[in-house]
Write a protein that binds this ligand. Structure first.
Ligand SMILES: Cc1cc2nc3c(=O)[nH]c(=O)nc-3n(C[C@H](O)[C@H](O)[C@H](O)COP(=O)(O)OP(=O)(O)OC[C@H]3O[C@@H](n4cnc5c(N)ncnc54)[C@H](O)[C@@H]3O)c2cc1C
Length: 476
C-alpha cells in the first residue's frame, strides 16, 4: 500500500472507534438482572461456593442437581458475571485442553478420553441451557480455524492429516482457499479447518445471568457484593468471613479464577493476562452479504498472536485477541481493562481482514483478565483435608471447560473416584510461575519470540524450542 493510502487507511480505522464505549457490550444488556442482596449476619450450609462466574455458578447448580437436599450458598464479591464470564468472546468449546494441539502434545495417552468428556460436557451445557430455559443465544455453529499465511495453510493440512491418523478428525474438515472463502469471504484467508460440532457461540453474560436464575430457582442462596475475606478451619468444617457476616460450611468450592485465591499456595500457578475485544454496530443484510458467513461459525486465525471473531445474534461482529498483555507484578486492576492502543491495532487488523466493511463502526471496546497457567488448561486440587476444592487456570478457553471444572470440584469434595478424577490432566498440576522479576522477563521474552515466529514463517527460536521441551508456554 502506498504511504498516503496507508495513513488514510489508519485514519479510517481510528475514526471507526470514535464512538466506541469502553465497556463490555454483553454486560450492557437491558435484560441484566439486579444483584441479590449482600450477606449480613451468619449463614451455615453444606456447600459454600465462592465466585459468581461460570465456575462457581455451575458448581452450585450441579451440586443441587446431584443432590437437591444439599444446602448451597454462593458468595460473589461484586456482581454475578461481571468478570471474565460476562465479557468473553462467547466461544463455548468442547475442548478441555485449550485446543486439540495442546491436549495432544501434553496428554497423548488420554486425549481420546479428554475429547470424549469434552464433547459430552458441551452436549450437557446445551441440554442444561434448554432444561433451565436460559436464553443465551446458544448456536452450535462450530468454528473454523483459518490460515492467513501460506505456511499456516500447509500446517493446517498436515495437522488435519495427523488428526485423521490419530482417529481424532471426526466432524473436522479441511477447507482449501476457495472452500474457506465460500464460507466467509476475506481476501486474507488461505485455508481453514472447520470443526462442525465442537464449538457453540453464545451470549456470555446471558449465560451467567441465566445460571444465576437457575441456581436461585433450585434453592441456592446467592449473595452479591459479598467478598469472602478469609477461609479457616472451624470445627469439622470451614468458616469464611465477609464484610458484614460469616458463613460456616461443611465444604467449600473456590471458583475465583484469576483473583487472589483464598488458598495462598494456588496463587503462583496463574498470571493475569489481559485480552481485548471490539464489537461493531449491527451489519445490515447487504453488508453481511458481502462476506457471506451464512453458517455463522466462530472464527480464529492460526498465528501465535491470534484473533477470534464471530457474529452476535443481531449480526454485529465481535473481533478480539492478538495482544495478550501481562503487567509486571501480575496484578488484576480495573484500569487494565481499557487499552486504546490495542483497540487501534485491532481495528486495523479488522479492516485488513474485511476491507469490504470499510465505514463500519465499533460501538464497544473492552478487555478483561484471563487466568493463564503454564500448561494453558485448568488444574484442580483440594486443601484442608479435602474440605476445600479449587479449579483455575482455564487460560482463554474456559466458557465450556468451567462446567467440567465444576464437576471435578464436586467429585473431589464428595470423595468420589470418577472418570474425571482419574485423568492425569486432573491429578497433576502445572509448573508454577517464578516470582518477579523472573516471571515478567520470561513472559516478555516468550511474547517477543512468538511475534518473531509469526513474522518469520512460524519458525520457533531457541527460547521457544527450549520452552516447548520443558512443556512451558504462554498463551491467551
Ligand atoms: C476478553 C476475554 C475473552 C475471552 N474469550 C473466551 C472465549 O471466547 N471462549 C472461552 O472459552 N473463554 C474465553 N475467555 C475465558 C473465559 O471467559 C474464562 O475462562 C471463564 O469465564 C472463567 O470463569 P470463572 O468463573 O472461572 O471466572 P470469572 O468469570 O472471573 O469469575 C470469578 C468470580 O469470582 C469472584 N471472586 C473472586 N474472588 C472472590 C472472593 N474472595 N469472594 C467472592 N467472590 C470472589 C469474582 O468477583 C468473579 O466474579 C475470555 C476471557 C476474556 C477476559
Amino acid at each position: 500500500m502506498a504511504p498516503s493510502a496507508m495513513s488514510r487507511g489508519r485514519d479510517n480505522w481510528i475514526a471507526s472507534l470514535s464512538e466506541a464505549q469502553p465497556v463490555p457490550y454483553w454486560l450492557e444488556d437491558p435484560g441484566k438482572p439486579g444483584p441479590e442482596p449482600a450477606l449480613t449476619g451468619a449463614e451455615t450450609c453444606d456447600l459454600l461456593v465462592v465466585g459468581g462466574g461460570y465456575s462457581g455458578l455451575w458448581t452450585a447448580l450441579n451440586a443441587k442437581e446431584r443432590d437437591p437436599r444439599r444446602d448451597v450458598v454462593l458468595l460473589e464479591g461484586r456482581e454475578v458475571g461481571w468478570a471474565a464470564s460476562g465479557r468473553n468472546g462467547g466461544f463455548c468449546a468442547a475442548s478441555l485442553t485449550h485446543g486439540l494441539p495442546n491436549g495432544l502434545t501434553r496428554w497423548p495417552d488420554e486425549i481420546h478420553e479428554l475429547e470424549r468428556l469434552g464433547r459430552r460436557n458441551l452436549d450437557e451445557i446445551e441440554a442444561a441451557v434448554a432444561r433451565h430455559g436460559i436464553d443465551c443465544e446458544f448456536e452450535r455453529t462450530g468454528e473454523i480455524d483459518v490460515a492467513t499465511e501460506t505456511y499456516q495453510a500447509r500446517e493446517l493440512r498436515d495437522w488435519h492429516r495427523e488428526l485423521q491418523e490419530q482417529g481424532l478428525a471426526d466432524g473436522i474438515d479441511f477447507l482449501d482457499e476457495e472452500a474457506v472463502r465460500a464460507q466467509v469471504n476475506s481476501p486474507t484467508f488461505k485455508a481453514g479447518l472447520w470443526d462442525h460440532q465442537g464449538v457453540a457461540m453464545l451470549h456470555p453474560a446471558k449465560l451467567a445471568w441465566g445460571l444465576k436464575q437457575a441456581c436461585l430457582r433450585l434453592g441456592v442462596r446467592v449473595y452479591e457484593h459479598t467478598p469472602a475475606l478469609t477461609l479457616k478451619q472451624y470445627g469439622a468444617g470451614m468458616a469464611v468471613r465477609t464484610p458484614y457476616g460469616a458463613v460456616r460450611a461443611r465444604k467449600v468450592a473456590l471458583g475465583t479464577n484469576i483473583f487472589p485465591s483464598l488458598l495462598r499456595r494456588v496463587r503462583s500457578y496463574t498470571v493475569p493476562v489481559y485480552d481485548y475485544a471490539l464489537m461493531t454496530e449491527p451489519l445490515g443484510e447487504e453488508r453481511l452479504a458481502e462476506i457471506g458467513w451464512r453458517g455463522r461459525q466462530g472464527l480464529g486465525d492460526s498465528a501465535n498472536q491470534f484473533h477470534y471473531f464471530r457474529l452476535s445474534a443481531d449480526n454485529r461482529i465481535l473481533w478480539g485477541g492478538y495482544d495478550a498483555v501481562h503487567h509486571y507484578g501480575g496484578r488484576v486492576r480495573a484500569e487494565y481493562d481499557d487499552r486504546p492502543e490495542t483497540y487501534a491495532k485491532l481495528a486495523g487488523h479488522f479492516f485488513t481482514c474485511f476491507p469490504q466493511l470499510e465505514g463500519v463502526r465499533f460501538t464497544h471496546a473492552w478487555g478483561g483478565a484471563i487466568d493463564t497457567c503454564s500448561r494453558f488448561s485448568a488444574f484442580f486440587g483440594t486443601a484442608h483435608q479435602d474440605k476445600v476444592a479449587y479449579a483455575a487456570g482455564f487460560t482463554g478457553l474456559g466458557v465450556g471447560a468451567t462446567r467440567f471444572g465444576a464437576d471435578v470440584m464436586l467429585d473431589l469434595l464428595d470423595g468420589e473416584r470418577t472418570e474425571r478424577t482419574e485423568l492425569e490432566m486432573v491429578r497433576k498440576r502445572p509448573l508454577p510461575f517464578p516470582p518477579e522479576p523472573f516471571a515478567w522477563t520470561g513472559i516478555a521474552l516468550t511474547k517477543w519470540s512468538l511475534a518473531r515466529a509469526d513474522a518469520h514463517g512460524g519458525r520457533r527460536n531457541l527460547w521457544l524450542r527450549t520452552m516447548d521441551k520443558l512443556g512451558l508456554g504462554f498463551d491467551s
